[in-house]
Design a protein around this ligand. Sequence first.
Ligand code: AP5
Ligand code: MG
Length: 219
Amino acid sequence: MNLLIMGKPGAGKGTLASILQDNYHITHISTGNIFREEIAKRSPLGLAVENFITKGELVPDELTNQIVKSVLSEGDFPNGFMLDGYPRTKDQAMALDLILAELNMPLNFVVDIEVEDDVLLQRITGRRVCSQCNTIYHITLHPSTKIDVCDVCGGELIQREDDKEESVKNRIRIYNQKTEPLLDYYRQKGLVVTLDGRFKREDVFEFVEMKLGVTHGNN
Ligand code: AP5
Ligand code: MG
């Protein structure tokens, strides 16, 4: 199954994707994670995008489209893929249509995670992520067993550079301006399904079964 996962910063895109990857083996592709990994490596791509990310600005479309095209062309997706955080602009949505048509990999659903604005800041400011394996935690909503240590791999938990209030507000503003309108485009294609952003783990299984039509463990 091929999915897009959409939602405001802090809506729970990465959290949902990790549940779906672990339980349904759908491959998680997050442009944000790709960029952050390149920044950590100090690669030329990382250095080129660092400033945009820290300020909460979008990385230019051409660069982002090239990366997604190469990941989708070179990867192997036996159970499909989930794009988390892409597309974010009309230009990216058009590019994605072309890429998927060329690769003959149609989209099945666009999952839109809906969350009230006042929850987003609380979620983002309390978020911690593993510096090694990207597992997502929250200091009160979803804490690790040992403070600042990843339960999965023992890596150090850190705060993202772009999780400062100024940058978060910018990310939300840009989402409303440039990304939200894409939902209408996908609604017209009949692809959008909505998930309440207050989801618990078990709600995700019900959602997948009821809305995406997949039985747990069958994929
Ligand atoms: P990206 O990494 O995609 O960030 P984002 O869209 O701002 O979203 P977040 O990762 O902040 O939130 P999330 O929805 O994944 O929430 P999470 O699951 O972590 O992009 C970062 C930057 O990269 C962009 O600003 C841009 O610069 C660049 N970029 C990326 N893609 C690009 C593109 N296509 N074009 C151009 N530039 C691009 O959850 C948040 C917190 O809430 C966690 O602590 C979690 O534990 C908690 N939580 C989540 N769900 C629940 C729940 N159901 N109940 C309780 N707590 C929950
Ligand atoms: Mg994320």
